[in-house]
Design a protein around this ligand. Structure first.
Ligand code: AMP
Length: 193
């Protein structure tokens, strides 16, 4: 299996690039942000629970997020691999993902981090907010909060996978095609091992 963690701050292009990678490598895309938005749009109890955290730019608690992720993975027993987009975002989430994949006889193949500077991502997210309908993209205070949470809680996940030499940085600036090309090179190198 090829199991990729697509990593990087909010607005770094994870969703856009995931769409390309799933096609090329025949992987299942799991975006916890998309799953929460789906639950919210259906007004489920999970959606209601996540809503307040998301609106403030905070993380939904690990217990809720990990349970949702596990359910989703278990729905695809025949998958050739997964792209995790926006997950794991904390060390406990990374540990839970590692344990889940081990129980399936597999592991994270690699973490690919899209490097984009803070000024650029704030501009990108506010621009996306003009059309995405996401309230957490519209308000600069919330956007900056999400970036602060990324730095304090999520960035350590890069170091977690670096311990086993699985973390790789990819330049996230350029055209969609240029970035996709860089990611493909990184994925092909991972799959050779
Ligand atoms: P995203 O679409 O990945 O930018 O996620 C939007 C929001 O959903 C985040 O700001 C969090 O509130 C919540 N969220 C998404 N993924 C996670 C996660 N792995 N852990 C906790 N909260 C998450």
């Amino acid at each position: 299996m090829t199991n990729l963690v697509l990593f990087g701050p909010p607005g770094s292009g994870k969703g856009t690039q995931a769409a390309f990678l799933i096609e090329k490598y025949n992987l299942i895309h799991i975006s916890t942000g998309d799953l929460f938005r789906y639950e919210m749009s259906n007004d489920t109890s999970l959606g209601q629970e996540a809503k307040a955290y998301m609106a403030k730019g905070e993380l939904v608690p690990d217990s809720v997020t990990i349970g949702m992720l596990r359910n989703k993975v278990e729905k695809h027993p025949d998958a050739q691999g997964f792209i995790f987009d926006g997950f794991p975002r904390t060390i406990p989430q990374a540990e839970a993902l590692d344990a889940l994949l081990i129980s399936m006889g597999t592991e994270v193949s690699g973490l690919l981090s899209l490097d984009v500077g803070e000024a650029e991502i704030v501009q990108r997210i506010l621009k996306r907010g003009e059309t995405s309908g996401r309230s957490d993209d519209n308000d600069e205070v919330t956007v900056r909060k999400r970036i602060a949470v990324y730095k304090s809680e999520t960035a350590p996940v890069f170091d977690h996978y670096a311990l086993t030499h699985k973390s790789h940085s990819v330049n996230g600036l350029g055209t969609v095609e240029e970035i996709a090309g860089r990611l493909s090179e990184a994925v092909d190198a991972l799959r050779k091992h």
